[in-house]
Each structure stands twice: as structure tokens, then as C-alpha cells.
Design a protein around this ligand. Sequence first.
Ligand SMILES: Nc1ncnc2c1ncn2[C@@H]1O[C@H](COP(=O)(O)OP(=O)(O)OP(=O)(O)O)[C@@H](O)[C@H]1O
Length: 264
Amino acid sequence: MISVKNIKVVFGKGTPLQKQALNGVSLTIEQGSFVTVIGSNGAGKSTLLGVLAGDVLPSEGEVTIGHTDVTRKGTAARAGLVARVFQDPLAGSCGTLSIEENLALAARRGESRGLTPALGAKRREHFRERIAELNLGLEDRLGDRMDLLSGGQRQAVSLVMATLAGSEVLLLDEHTAALDPGMAEFVMNLTQKIVTERKLTTMMVTHSMRQALDYGHRTIMLHGGEIVLDVAGDSRKTLQVEDLIAMFRRIRGQTLDDDALLIG
Ligand SMILES: Nc1ncnc2c1ncn2[C@@H]1O[C@H](COP(=O)(O)OP(=O)(O)OP(=O)(O)O)[C@@H](O)[C@H]1O
């Protein structure tokens, strides 16, 4: 479960560049619920994910994950609670380490470093099984460096990495935006499967209205650091991509240059 109460984030306070990125955001996401987040550039989407991950500390408000108040805890202290997959396939893993070494590091997120070997035979076998489930043939390439993989393969491995340490919360920051349409669909279907099987409480930022409505249980729209739409259940089922685009237009008070960007 995730709960944020009256979150305010101000960047560059007291400077000419002062920016209120979140302005009193409150939200409760039940355990196992999958929320998609949309909003135009600068709406505050990444800042909200940052507040949950711990790399942005709010100036006001409270953040609770599970039963833990994490408001003042940084990323390291939340590592066992929250996993994150980024837009850039190179961002969440280490390119110069092998697939297997990356998996070993991910499995130990949030643990204090001890003397137990990171890559025992049992762990290796577990990793092989988890990677084989992707059906990408990567189980025979566990010793290959991560930077030899395609962007889509890396995102698929990153999703497996995100689940290895047993975090309850998964944050997805436009994690398919850099992929071709076919690979994006593959990674989205994999995401849905992993989230459902592991009952992960998930927040996914996307610029694709199609993805926002097709995946997950609930959709929120941010604008100017505030939640301006929050739909779930039957009202979400009847919502069309065109409705969301019309809402975007209304909120921004202007015509979008290219609706296709949002539909894709
Ligand atoms: N570290 C920072 N320092 C100063 N301003 C920031 C910082 N991070 C974000 N902002 C500003 O806060 C506002 C919200 O940014 P945020 O990245 O959360 O938007 P977003 O909805 O994710 O946008 P996009 O879709 O473009 O990624 C923007 O005006 C942005 O310029």
C-alpha cells in the first residue's frame, strides 16, 4: 500500500527559478493496485515517482509505504521497499557487468552487505529460471555484459531485477518510451504479468493514453502539480483515448500539435 498526504515539493526555493512541482497531492493506492499516471510535460509525474522512491524529499506532507512512514527516508533506506524501472534502458543496470551479476546485485537491494557469496549455485539456478520465463533466450547468455542487450531485452531484464528483492512497490517511469512499438507491447504485457503474479503495488508514468487506459486498474492525470483526474472501475472502462485527449486539450487550453504522440 502507498499513501501520500498533502505532498508539496518546491524546487529552487527562494531563487528566481523557484518551481512548485507538486502542490498538495494526496493519494492512497491499495496493495496490488496498478495505477497509470499521465499529464503533460512538467505536470509533476516524475517528481511524484521521486517522492515515492525517496530521491525527492517533500517540503510538506507524509509518505507511507506499507506500514512504514518513509517521509524523511532517502532512496537507500527505501531500497528494500521500492523498485524502479526507468525510461533509459541503460539507467537501471550496470552495462559493464554481466546479466547474472546485475541480477545478483538487484537481489541484494536493501540488504546489509555480508560475507555470503552473491552468486551461489542455487541463486544462479533461480536467476536462470526467472530469465528463461521471459522467452527471449537470455538464459543462455547470463554471462554476457548487459550493454550487449537491446533496449527491450534490457527493460525485460530490469523488470525481473525489480522483483528479485521482494519489494512491494514498483515504480515505472515511461519504461517503454524508448522502445519500438512491438518491443513496447512485449514489455507492457510482461509488466502486467509480473505485477499481477506478484501483487505489486504499481505506479506507471506514461505519455501514451492508450497504455494508460489499457493497463492497470486506475488512471490519474496530473497538471500543475495537482491531481486533476482520478478514474477507476466502470467510469474508467467507458473512457476512450479521445476523451483523455479532449481533457488534455481543455486543461492545457490549447490544441495539441500531434495527437498521435499520445495515442501510440
Ligand atoms: N531538480 C529540479 N530542479 C528544479 N526544477 C525541477 C527539478 N525537477 C523538476 N523540476 C521542475 O518541476 C516541474 C515538474 O517536473 P517533472 O519532471 O516532475 O514533470 P513531468 O510531469 O515528469 O514532465 P515530463 O513529462 O516532461 O517528464 C517542472 O517544471 C520541472 O522543470
